[in-house]
Design a protein around this ligand. Structure first.
Ligand SMILES: [Zn+2]
Length: 206
């Protein structure tokens, strides 16, 4: 058995305070139950410090959100990416995807997001990878997906939608490390002859 790679663990985690990314601080000021002030500190029965309401005692847990994505592949083996029209990463290339809603499964969410961003109807065929990015408080699931309908075109969420051969993949223009990792793992699966040097580099703040 080969040990699974965990690329997120190799990157430094920056911009953390009180156990959470600093950009989450505004939502960790008040209790969502009673509006009281949250205090970060030891809580009985917990093995780490938590944000606890000074008034009602309710603990606000900080957990990553799930991002569901696809790597749509054309019948002739080309990878579809979008150039993002919305933050974060406006203007950069990424796989279609977005936050999972509470009333859908991960596969349904990935298919929905792909349709919203590419106008393509896809069917996930396998998991390419599951990637943690604590700094962004996300876990990204990437599916390889077959295109079964629709027509590739830009949407309010994508400036461009196009397909790339493996040789054309815009490594330097990818907006997120999680995209880099997913695209890299997919390329490794279809082109094991390519070396890691040819497969892009992480950037700490992506
Ligand atoms: Zn409260």
């Amino acid at each position: 058995m080969t040990r699974l790679d965990d690329p997120g663990a190799r990157l430094p985690v920056r911009g953390f305070a009180q156990g959470a990314p600093e950009w989450l601080a505004p939502v960790l000021r008040n209790c969502s139950r009673c509006g009281g002030t949250l205090v970060y500190g030891p809580v009985e029965g917990e093995d780490r410090k938590r944000h606890r309401c000074a008034d009602c005692g309710c603990v606000t847990y900080v957990n990553p959100r799930l991002v569901v994505t696809t790597l749509p592949v054309t019948a002739d083996g080309r990878l579809v990416l979008i150039r993002r029209a919305i933050p974060p990463g406006i203007g950069t290339w990424a796989q279609p995807g977005g936050f999972l809603e509470a009333d859908e499964t991960v596969v349904q969410g990935a298919v929905r997001e792909t349709l919203e961003e590419t106008c393509l109807v896809v069917e996930p065929t396998q998991i390419v990878g599951i990637y943690s990015r604590p700094q962004a408080a996300v876990v990204v699931i990437a599916y390889e997906a077959a295109i079964v309908g629709g027509e590739m075109r830009p949407t309010p969420e994508s400036l461009e939608v196009r397909d790339f051969s493996v040789e054309e993949i815009p490594w330097d223009g990818l907006g997120f490390n999680t995209t880099l990792w997913a695209v890299r793992d997919w390329v490794r699966s279809v082109r094991p002859d390519l070396t890691v040097d040819a497969l892009g580099e992480e950037q700490v703040d992506h």
